[in-house]
Every structure is written in structure tokens, then in C-alpha cells.
Design a protein around this ligand. Structure first.
Ligand SMILES: NC(=O)c1ccc[n+]([C@@H]2O[C@H](COP(=O)([O-])OP(=O)(O)OC[C@H]3O[C@@H](n4cnc5c(N)ncnc54)[C@H](O)[C@@H]3O)[C@@H](O)[C@H]2O)c1
Length: 397
């Protein structure tokens, strides 16, 4: 019994639609996506929908139970085939390793769930294409979690590009650099790109860089690339010799449909680079640059807006109400962190589901995920043949 004066708040007091969410995977991304769902109601004054945590899935019952309990999930599944049939789950969020993206995502789509899947879409373009086609066939909303599209500074850049503020785009260069494999003596199990699914650096972080290229500059029509394994032999934790078959770094030359050219590079053997996704874009009327390690800022140089004696890059704090993706619970200059890219990404997807809005162009659909996958395959093909590859020959309608 509550003391006199207590006024109960009930579900009827909430104008927002409620959406049941199930997350498969309780590792890094399972936690990051759960954090995003939990923060949406107080990040946004008017949340697009209120997520209701339904269940968390994993293979190890005691581990998934421990995480789910702390985050407030009322239940768990240790079998995703059962999880995708839960009628209370309307949004299925696949946070498993790359080799588990296709199976559960397709099954969830076939059950009529809206599906959010972590990047890269899949291990192969063929698999990614099937995911896209099944999702389309099921008529559900689908999004591939290229979360860097949801960094406010990146969205401001996109807005300026939509407004043609930079004129004709000439050149774009993007790099995604990390350092997990920098020491040849690091054991295989401790290197994310070479252990587990072992999908390599291009799929792991190069996929983000390629998505940035497409998001900011547009369709990539041809590519030539190189992939490199610098430490083909490493040791396991118990001292056994192990062969590393995945790439540790890669580079590509890009040609865009609108005539721009670019470079893409990703590496996990770059000492000192914790998580540097950086790009620069040059056009006939100006330039812009961005660095994820300084994610609240966009650097802009516009040819016709400043005096010649102070002409150069201006550092913009992208934290004000006039900027994109401002949730307004943080006043201007109160910087947000990396996790906000996921909060905004999940809020966008819930908005699309609850209010029947399109995921594209600001979210990456499964088609975008598939196209990036095809481009990554083209980089491999270019490496094998030494030829520049027309990427459209890789895309199936
Ligand atoms: N967008 C980003 O910022 C970002 C960052 C890191 C990783 N990722 C991507 O997210 C995905 C997950 O990466 P992570 O770092 O969270 O991995 P992780 O290893 O930390 O977690 C993976 C989870 O999936 C579960 N899992 C694996 N196989 C399963 C199965 N068959 N059934 C049920 N559960 C299963 C594991 O138990 C674990 O809980 C990967 O595809 C990765 O590329 C995205």
C-alpha cells in the first residue's frame, strides 16, 4: 500500500507505441544494444517508441541469464530457433558473430519479425543477398547496423553534401585503423579478426569504411584492392603454431558513380590507433574531415564563407539544437560518446517500425549490407587477379 499522495503511472499514460525487442547475443554488441534500448526513453524527450525488453538469447544459459538479469530482461533463450517464434518479440536484434547473422536473421524475418542485424551483413555476398531477399519477401523492416551513420557529425556532413555545400565532389579518403594484432607475439585467441569467426579486418572494420564511402559519396562503381596478412604464423595460448589466413590490413582505390575517386584503408596492426575511423572529402567548393576519436566535431572548410586570411578548416562542435540527431537531454557542448551512435541507430529502427517509416537513406538496409559485402568480395577478386573490378558485375538484382 502506497502512502497518501502517490499517483501511479500506468501504460495508459504513455502515448508512445511499445515494441517488444529480443536480442540474440550477450557479448560486446548485445550489451551495447541493450544499453541503447535502455537509454532511448531518457535520451529522447519524445522517443519514437518505447522498447520493451522481452528476451536475450545465447548458448550458455548461466552466462546469458546473468547478463539478461542485470539488464532487466524477463527471460532468456538458449535456442534461437525457439526465440524467433516468441510472439512478444516484434523486433529481433541479431548481435551474434558474423557467421551467425544469416540463419537467425532469415528465420526471424520469416516469422514476421522486424530485423536489425550487426555488420558485416554476412560472410559472403551470396549469403547477404539471401538475407536481403528474404527480408524483402517477408515485408519486414530490416537494417544492417552501420552505426557510424548515426554520429551527429557524420549526419551533419551528409546534410551539407545533400545541400551541395561542397560543390562537385572530387576526392574521398577513409581509414579505419586499430591495433589488436600489432604484436607478432599476441596469441591468436586474443586477436578479434583472426579468432572466432576469423573473418578478417576488411569484413570487421573495412565494412564500416566502405559504408561511410557509400553513405557520403554514393555508389562505388569500380574498385582495385590489396589485402595483406603480415603475420601468417602466430601462436595459440597454449603455445601451438597457428596459421593466420585472414587479412590484417587492406587498401582499395574507389571510383564513384558521380565521378569522384577515393581511397579506403583498414588495418588492425597500427600501433597507437585504438579505434580511428577518419575520413576527408574534397569538392569544388570546400572540404570536410572527421575523426571518430574526436567524434563530437566536424571540420569544415567552405571556399565562399570566410575571409582569405582565415581561410581553412573550422572546428564545429556538433552538439547544438540546429544539428542533426540532437536528443536535447545534453545541452550544447556537453559531448556525447561512441555509444550514442548505437542509441541513435536503434531509435531510428524503432521509429521506422513503430511509425512505418523507411529505413533508408539514413539507416543502412539489408540491401546496403549486401552491396558492401559484394564490394568486399570485389576487393578480394582484385587482389587475386591484379585487375580493377567493375563492382556492378558483382551485384545481383
Ligand atoms: N557496429 C559496431 O560498432 C560493432 C562493434 C563490434 C562488433 N560488431 C559486430 O557485432 C557482432 C557481434 O560481435 P561482438 O563483438 O558482440 O561478439 P561477442 O563474441 O562479444 O558476442 C557474440 C555473442 O553471440 C553469442 N552467440 C554466438 N553464437 C551463437 C549462437 N549460435 N546462438 C546464440 N548466440 C550465439 C555469443 O554467446 C555472444 O554472446 C559481429 O558481427 C561484429 O562484427 C559491431
Amino acid at each position: 500500500m502506497k502512502p497518501d499522495g502517490f499517483q501511479e503511472i500506468t501504460a495508459q499514460d504513455s502515448p508512445e507505441k511499445r515494441l517488444g525487442v529480443g536480442i540474440l547475443g550477450y557479448g560486446f554488441m548485445g550489451k551495447v544494444h541493450s544499453n541503447a534500448l535502455l537509454k532511448i526513453p531518457y535520451t529522447y524527450q519524445q522517443p519514437p517508441a518505447l522498447p520493451v525488453l522481452v528476451a536475450m538469447g545465447g548458448r550458455n544459459a548461466s552466462r546469458v541469464r546473468d547478463t539478461a538479469r542485470r539488464f532487466g530482461y524477463p527471460g532468456i533463450y538458449t535456442d534461437w530457433e525457439k526465440m524467433v517464434r516468441d510472439p512478444d518479440i516484434e523486433v529481433f536484434d541479431n548481435c551474434t558473430p558474423d557467421d551467425q547473422h544469416a540463419g537467425p536473421s532469415i528465420a526471424a524475418a520469416q516469422e514476421g519479425k522486424h530485423v536489425l542485424c550487426e555488420k558485416p551483413m554476412a560472410l559472403t555476398a551470396q549469403e547477404a543477398r539471401k538475407m536481403w531477399q528474404e527480408a524483402e519477401h517477408a515485408g519486414i523492416k530490416h537494417m544492417c547496423c552501420f552505426n557510424y551513420r548515426f554520429v551527429p557529425a557524420v549526419r551533419l556532413a551528409r546534410r551539407l553534401l545533400e545541400e551541395k555545400a561542397l560543390g562537385t565532389i572530387y576526392q574521398f579518403r577513409v581509414r579505419y585503423m586499430q591495433e589488436a594484432g600489432r604484436h607478432p607475439a599476441t596469441a591468436l585467441e586474443n586477436i578479434w579478426y583472426a579468432s572466432g569467426t576469423a573473418s578478417g579486418v576488411l569484413l570487421g572494420i573495412g565494412s564500416h569504411a566502405l559504408d561511410m564511402a557509400r553513405f557520403l559519396v554514393g555508389d562505388i562503381t569500380s574498385i582495385s584492392g590489396l589485402k595483406k596478412t603480415f603475420n601468417p604464423v602466430r601462436r595459440t595460448l597454449n603455445g601451438k603454431e597457428a596459421h593466420v589466413s585472414t587479412d590484417e590490413g587492406n587498401m582499395a582505390l574507389l571510383e564513384f558513380a558521380d565521378g569522384a575517386v577515393g581511397t579506403m584503408e583498414s588495418s588492425a596492426v597500427s600501433p597507437g590507433r585504438k579505434n580511428q575511423l577518419t575520413w576527408e572529402i574534397n569538392g569544388s567548393k570546400g572540404s570536410m574531415k572527421f575523426d571518430l576519436e574526436d567524434l563530437n566535431h566536424l571540420y569544415v572548410c567552405l571556399e565562399d564563407t570566410v575571409r582569405l586570411d582565415v581561410r581553412g578548416f573550422t572546428k564545429i562542435s556538433v552538439t547544438s539544437p540546429e544539428h542533426p540527431l540532437q536528443c536535447l537531454h545534453l545541452p550544447p557542448g556537453h559531448n556525447s560518446g561512441w555509444e550514442y551512435s548505437h542509441i541513435h541507430a536503434l531509435a531510428h529502427f524503432l521509429d521506422c517500425v513503430a511509425n512505418d517509416k523507411p529505413v533508408a537513406p539514413y539507416g543502412a538496409t539489408f540491401h546496403d549490407g549486401y552491396v558492401v559485402q559484394a564490394i568486399m568480395e570485389a576487393i578480394g577478386k582484385s587482389m587475386e587477379t591484379g585487375q580493377r573490378i567493375d563492382t556492378t558485375t558483382f551485384l545481383c538484382k
